[in-house]
Design a protein around this ligand. Structure first.
Ligand code: ADP
Ligand code: MG
Length: 293
């Protein structure tokens, strides 16, 4: 395409809230064969809320939340924000946490008062040698089947609670994904979340291809793998952990409400946050290439 037609295309896209950083991205968008979508904050709103607190021992919900919030106050993860917000809503005060540590892809640990706390996914419990009884296991699977993310809370080596958060799917994600699929694009979901939750969300939005429990640095590896198979890969994400994958993809799309790092690493930013921006960008790209060869 000529520089003039690219300029026109970039302008047209901008009117639709799609910011295209370079002309090359605009031309490549129509060639995408596989579109990878991050789950949290991309397909979903990225505003998880606490929905269930399953108690394992005699502690009450407020005692549990107060401790978990004290631990999570040091984390910037959206799951942590959901916990702290829920504690705030109940008017609970947090205590000081010591030796706080975030374990990538698993959760957090720290000491509050005289208690050693762990909070995160089942892998975290497994690696810490904390046993999850059958009932807690069943409860967590039920939560995950409802597309919620279950998290396990342990005090001094014993499971104390399972807490679920739900992150609503953006209302137009389903139709936006359908549009991409109708364009012949294979849509793949990538998430650090657990297998069962990922499956439930994928099912709700009509995606059959998904990869769960993907560690932050593995996201870009997935892009590379697909490229090695000959796919022209589009990647859409919002988080810090999506940045390397956004940079590596043939075309990286950032959600406008996402992190600065994601936006800086992407070629195209969807200012409106809606995934319809993807099919819109692709159709502007096609029009640009069609008009001037
Ligand atoms: P994602 O944000 O896509 O879920 P992450 O790698 O950040 O990917 O997290 C993977 C999983 O690790 C989360 O789904 C959660 O189960 C657990 N986890 C990570 N950080 C926290 C945290 N601060 N509190 C509780 N669980 C966490
Ligand atoms: Mg995300």
């Amino acid at each position: 395409a000529t520089p003039m037609s690219v300029m026109v295309g970039v302008g047209k896209a901008a009117e639709a809230g799609i910011l295209i950083r370079n002309g090359e991205a605009l031309q490549n968008a129509s060639k995408i064969t596989t579109m990878i979508l991050d789950k949290t904050g991309t397909i979903t709103l990225g505003q998880p809320k606490v929905t269930d607190i399953y108690r394992v021992n005699s502690m009450d919900e407020n005692q549990i939340l107060q401790l978990v919030a004290s631990l999570e106050i040091g984390s910037e993860h959206p799951l942590a924000e959901a916990i702290v917000e829920s504690a705030n809503e109940r008017g609970l005060q947090t205590d000081k946490v010591e030796h706080f540590n975030a374990i990538a892809g698993q959760g957090v640990e720290g000491i509050v008062g005289d208690k050693r706390l762990f909070f995160g996914n089942q892998k975290l419990m497994l690696e810490q040698g904390i046993s999850v009884n059958k009932e807690a296991q069943d409860v967590s699977l039920k939560m995950a089947g409802e597309a919620k993310t279950p998290m396990f809370f342990a005090i001094d080596g014993d499971l104390a609670a399972v807490i679920a958060v739900a992150d609503p799917i953006k209302e137009d994600s389903i139709s936006a994904i359908k549009r991409l699929q109708k364009n012949g694009i294979r849509v793949v979901m990538l998430t650090g979340d657990n297998q069962a939750t990922a499956k439930a969300v994928a099912q709700k939005v009509g995606i059959t291809d998904f990869f769960a429990e993907v560690l932050p640095d593995e996201k870009s590896q997935k892009v590379a793998e697909l490229q090695a198979q000959g796919e022209i890969v589009g990647m859409t994400g919002d988080g810090i952990n999506d940045a390397p994958a956004l940079a590596l993809a043939n075309v990286g799309f950032a959600i406008g409400t996402g992190t600065d790092v994601a936006i800086e690493s992407a070629d195209i930013t969807l200012m409106r946050g809606s995934l319809h921006g993807l099919a819109d960008a692709i159709s502007v790209s096609k029009a640009t290439l069609r008009n001037i060869k």
